[in-house]
Design a binder for this molecule. Structure first.
Ligand SMILES: NC(=O)NCCC(=O)O
Length: 384
């Protein structure tokens, strides 16, 4: 499997296909072409000085007679950990705050209204180790922790909604841990939080050692810029998880993730794109970048040698629209900010064409699923 030297699928296609072939391949793999955004040159300069990639694309919707366009700019941030995983906890958190602060400043220059960071953005993805200390020390209060306070300042300063996925310590309920995204309004107030509903039990993603499946259902956050929801990482493999956020009214669903190439890179371009199509909404898939090395060796339960690294986090963050269009991905090997301009009117326009909500037959599935989960259920398999 390729490491950092293989920059991106897009670069590979562009380097190896004729313009005519590239057009057809992109038509199928990327849908209707997204417009390149004209972002300010000072933003590109700051990104280059800060050594991160900046890309911007716009999704189009048809003009309507009765509704004005509902334009919103989202910012997706992917990044590597700036300090090694064995640096002191407080130093790692501060370094990440500084890094994300610099990227958010550029997002503000680009007119971003809602910004979302990667899963558990304040820490290395240490759940592979199965060790408790020092990793549980990265957990913070969702309402009052230093990271939420930091994000509240960003939100207020830049008039931007901030989606901040953290490891949460719930002091009100026995100090237990959750994998949580805190949603902060552009006013600076904490709008609420949502928790990861599906916990991976695959490869080195030993997250069930640390926290339980979320208990907050599928909340949707009404912001000044549209209704948003957060489907954290492994939840993207569960179509019903996306569906429930959409049924509750989400127009944009963020999917902050941490996943590695050997496991999921072939799933990555499909799942969030399919969710946007199936649910008539926008989806924003965000992954971390690079390799993370841990002080102590751990095993993967696969008979192979113990090792100290997780694997290659391949970035490739992208935004997908309800009409099957999607942006190119950020690179596999650099920190980056992806800005996408969405016209939320596109969601209802595509709904009116394809009618997946109208034809969804939810009452039938509700009835059948209610039966299927009963211990004495017998599937209606007809035999000769
Ligand atoms: N963080 C996380 O849930 N990763 C699981 C692996 C995957 O979903 O690709």
């Amino acid at each position: 499997m390729a490491g950092p030297e293989w920059e991106s699928l897009e670069k590979c296609l562009e380097a190896n296909l004729s313009p005519a072939d590239l057009r057809e391949v992109k038509r199928i793999l990327y849908g209707k072409e997204t417009r390149k955004l004209d972002l300010p040159s000072r933003a590109f300069k700051a990104a280059s000085e800060g050594d991160f990639e900046l890309q911007g694309y716009g999704f189009e919707a048809a003009k309507e007679q009765l509704r004005q366009p509902r334009i919103v700019r989202v910012g997706l941030v992917q990044n590597r950990i700036p300090l090694p995983a064995d640096a002191p906890v407080a130093e790692q958190v501060s370094a990440l705050h500084r890094r994300i602060g610099a990227i958010a400043e550029v997002a503000a220059m680009c007119g971003v209204n809602i910004i979302c960071f990667q899963e558990a953005w304040t820490m290395p993805f240490a759940f592979c180790t199965r060790e408790k200390l020092p990793w549980t020390e990265f957990a913070e209060s969702a309402e009052e922790g230093p990271t939420t306070r930091f994000c509240q300042k960003l939100a207020k300063k830049y008039d931007m909604v901030v989606v901040s996925p953290i490891l949460e310590r719930d002091g009100e309920h026995g100090d237990i841990l959750w994998n949580t995204a805190v949603v902060i309004s552009n006013s600076g107030a904490v709008l609420g939080k949502t928790r990861k509903n599906h916990i991976p039990r695959v490869g080195d993603f030993n997250e069930s050692t640390y926290y339980m499946e979320g208990n907050l259902g599928h909340p949707v956050f009404q912001t000044q810029f549209g209704r948003i929801a957060v489907n954290i990482c492994y939840g993207r493999h569960h179509p019903l998880n996306w569906l429930m956020y959409s049924i509750n009214g989400a127009e944009i669903i963020f999917n902050p993730s941490a996943t590695i190439g050997a496991l999921s890179e072939s799933l990555w371009p499909v799942e969030a794109r399919n969710a946007a199509i199936a649910n008539h909404c926008f989806t924003c898939a965000i992954n971390r970048v690079g390799e993370e090395h841990f002080p102590n060796e751990f095993t993967s339960g696969d008979g192979k040698k113990a090792h100290q690294d997780f694997g290659y986090f391949y970035g490739s963050s992208y935004v997908a629209g309800p009409d099957s269009s999607r942006t190119p991905g950020l690179s596999r090997n650099r920190d980056g900010l992806l800005v996408a301009e969405l016209d939320l009117n596109l969601c209802r326009q595509v709904n009116d064409i394809w009618n997946f909500k109208m034809t969804g037959r939810y009452e039938m599935y509700a009835r059948e699923l209610a039966e299927a989960i009963k211990p004495n259920y017998s599937p209606p398999v007809l035999k000769e």
